[in-house]
Ligand binder design. Structure first.
Ligand code: G6P
Length: 383
């Protein structure tokens, strides 16, 4: 049927608000609801089917993707390495198709594409298939797709897919499909961690409980922060440059926050790993350049806070995305976008939400065509 805006001013805003239900349907599709840690007969809590078999004993993973899917893949790399212990490379499909890295043995290739139609991503996968054609184990091609379109061209090219279940996305700037891709990577990494015993069952159970809380936590952000972010966004209508900082698993979220803002508001934005700021971007900072720092509690927390303070010392307007509401955060940051408390490794699904809202409201306030930004297409089917 036709997709309607259902009272929202733009499809993008509607799609941002659909994220709690998208995450819920990912959980329903990929978690075994009767699993418990006490099950006598140990079995995996994740139900990925053929996808799990395909990857169960690979030595390396290489991921090809473009745009927002590339950002999601960087989160995926972090999860596959940190949870499942599998060395993982992320490549831009447009680069990999002409300049592939040397063939490694026993390697799973993953193509991540929301539409399943992006020309560069399909060509990169085709190149990989061709160069491994006729080779035997361990050099044979094993290809997994992560897509929101199970009927797409991608699906026909790969051995199997993980369907991200986000529903049709109309806004050119990806939001709910990004969050659904992240969910796909959580399930894949947890399944592999379970099979390889790189995590204890207790740790897996804690992470699954955390995943189950996400839909409500996203709802809380949308309810509590929606209006505040809309008001805050008015201050940035004439801003020309933004910097987004994050570390570890939230570095790709800094990239995604910057990409969303560029795509729909046409404001120049850069995402940077916070520790690299001193090697370049710090030269840009003054009172006219707002800095958004993702400072979720965890290993990276103190480090990002001190990077944020360095920006503040250059008069930058500092916006923090954090779950910590205390005197310290209130002194360091000019504005705070609060999110619920969450395990650092799960935090990207939470920290990206205020950044989507910030980009949306700035672009909407500037009166721009949010759903159809200039020069961009929903899926780029030519090279
Ligand atoms: C286009 C869209 C982006 C998207 C990228 C990759 O550039 O404007 O929003 O992230 O393509 O699309 P895909 O369908 O492969 O995920």
């Amino acid at each position: 049927g036709t997709v309607e805006k259902q009272g929202f001013r733009h499809f993008m805003l509607k799609e941002i608000y659909e994220q709690p239900s998208v995450v819920r349907s990912c959980l329903e599709n990929y978690l075994d609801s009767s699993w418990s840690i006490d099950s006598i007969e140990a079995r995996s809590p994740i139900t990925l089917g053929a996808a799990a078999e395909l990857c169960s004993d690979v030595d390396y993973i290489q991921i090809v993707a473009c745009g927002t899917s590339w950002n999601a893949s960087l989160v995926g790399k972090h999860l596959l390495e940190q949870l499942a212990g599998i060395p993982t490379m992320v490549q831009y499909a447009s680069e990999f198709r002409y300049f592939p890295s040397p063939m490694l043995a026993n390697t799973l290739t993953i193509g991540v594409t929301q539409s399943g139609e992006t020309a560069d991503t399909l060509a990169a996968l085709e190149m990989e298939k061709q160069r491994r054609m006729g080779l035997e184990f361990p050099y044979n091609a094993k290809i997994l797709g992560i897509t929101n379109r199970p009927e797409s061209t991608l699906t026909h090219m790969v051995d199997c897919i993980i369907n991200t279940h986000a529903g049709v996305e109309i806004g050119v700037a990806a939001t709910k499909s990004f969050v659904a891709q992240l969910m796909g990577f959580y399930f894949l990494a947890l399944e592999l961690a379970y099979r390889r015993k790189t995590l204890s069952l207790e740790k897996i159970e804690i992470l699954i409980k955390g995943l189950r809380k996400l839909p409500n936590q996203i709802e809380i952000i949308l309810e509590k922060q929606g209006e505040q972010i809309q008001e805050l966004s008015h201050n940035f209508c004439d801003t020309q440059d933004f910097i987004f900082l994050g570390r570890g698993i939230n570095f790709p979220i800094a990239l995604e926050g910057a990409l969303k803002l560029k795509e729909i508001s046409y404001i120049h934005a850069e995402g940077y790993p916070a520790g690299e700021m001193k090697h370049g971007p710090i030269a840009l900072l003054d009172a006219k350049v707002p800095v958004v720092a993702i400072t979720m509690p965890g290993v990276a927390h103190e480090k990002v806070l001190s990077n944020a303070q360095e920006a503040r010392a250059r008069d930058a307007h500092l916006i923090g995305v954090t779950s910590i509401d205390n005197a310290e955060s209130r002194t360091i940051f000019n504005d705070l976008l609060f999110v619920p408390e969450i395990d650092e490794i799960l935090s990207p699904i939470i920290s990206v939400i205020p950044l989507q809202l910030l980009a949306y409201h700035i672009a909407a306030k500037r009166g721009l065509d949010v759903d159809q930004p200039r020069n961009l297409a929903k899926s780029v089917t030519v090279e």
